[in-house]
Write a protein that binds this ligand. Structure first.
Ligand code: CA
Length: 229
């Protein structure tokens, strides 16, 4: 059974969400604070988290940043719930590792559609042997990268970087997050090393006219997307 953790401090909204998700057949758990959410997520990892932005004990975003650094939660789908007027919430939410966001008030129909879409995307990524994005095909087992009939030759670091971007498309990653995800926590490397490898990756993609897929997000980091910057 697919499980969803709802982290929301407004009791009425929390109850409504939880009831609607139960009715749709999800195993639903709830938390009203970040500390409660932390306990629940560590007991058992849900398949998806709905995360409110403003919570009484901490911000949902800060917590999201923390859990994204733990490898078991790196790929956990998270949809942020934000109130209107929280400045730049879309950008900061996606910067912090949210997969999608909904602005309150939202319709339940919209919520369910977004949940289905994230779960589908997640399952695809987990089961895939090859990932396709914007005309680039990356074969996970053979480490081959193709654009049409052309093979793109990449050094191991650029391959891992591209794989990370392709399996987490549209999400913005800071240099620090990329270091954690691609190089691993144990290695001490300066953040500007990331820029060097991004440049090499872009250059390799440029040979097939696809350099635009790797986008710089000013003040935030990098993302890979088929949408324009
Ligand atoms: Ca709230």
């Amino acid at each position: 059974m697919t499980s969803i953790l709802v982290v929301e401090d407004e009791a009425d909204l929390r109850d409504m969400l939880s009831e609607s998700l139960e009715q749709a057949g999800y195993d639903t758990r709830t938390a009203g604070t970040v500390s409660e959410a932390r306990r629940k997520i560590e007991n058992s990892t849900p398949d998806l988290v709905l995360l409110d932005w403003m919570l009484p004990d901490a911000s949902g975003l800060q917590w999201l940043r923390q859990i994204r650094r733990m490898s078991k939660f790196t790929n956990l789908p998270v949809i942020m719930l934000t109130a209107r007027g929280e400045i730049d919430d879309r950008v900061s939410g996606l910067d912090s590792g949210a997969d999608d966001y909904l602005v309150k008030p939202f319709s339940l129909k919209e919520l369910h559609a977004r949940i289905r879409s994230q779960l589908r995307k997640h399952n695809d990524v987990m089961q895939q042997e090859r990932v396709e994005l914007g005309g680039i095909i990356l074969e996970i087992d053979t480490h081959r990268v193709m654009a049409g009939a052309h093979e793109i030759r990449l050094a191991p670091t650029e391959f891992r970087l591209l794989k990370h971007f392709m399996t987490h498309s549209d999400r913005v990653y800071s240099r620090g997050q990329l270091l954690d995800a691609v190089w691993g926590h144990q290695i001490f490397i300066e953040e500007r090393t990331v820029d060097v490898h991004i440049r090499r990756l872009r250059k390799a993609l440029e040979s097939v006219g696809k350099a635009d897929l790797i986008q710089t997000v000013r003040g935030a980091g990098y993302r890979m997307s088929t949408r324009s910057g």
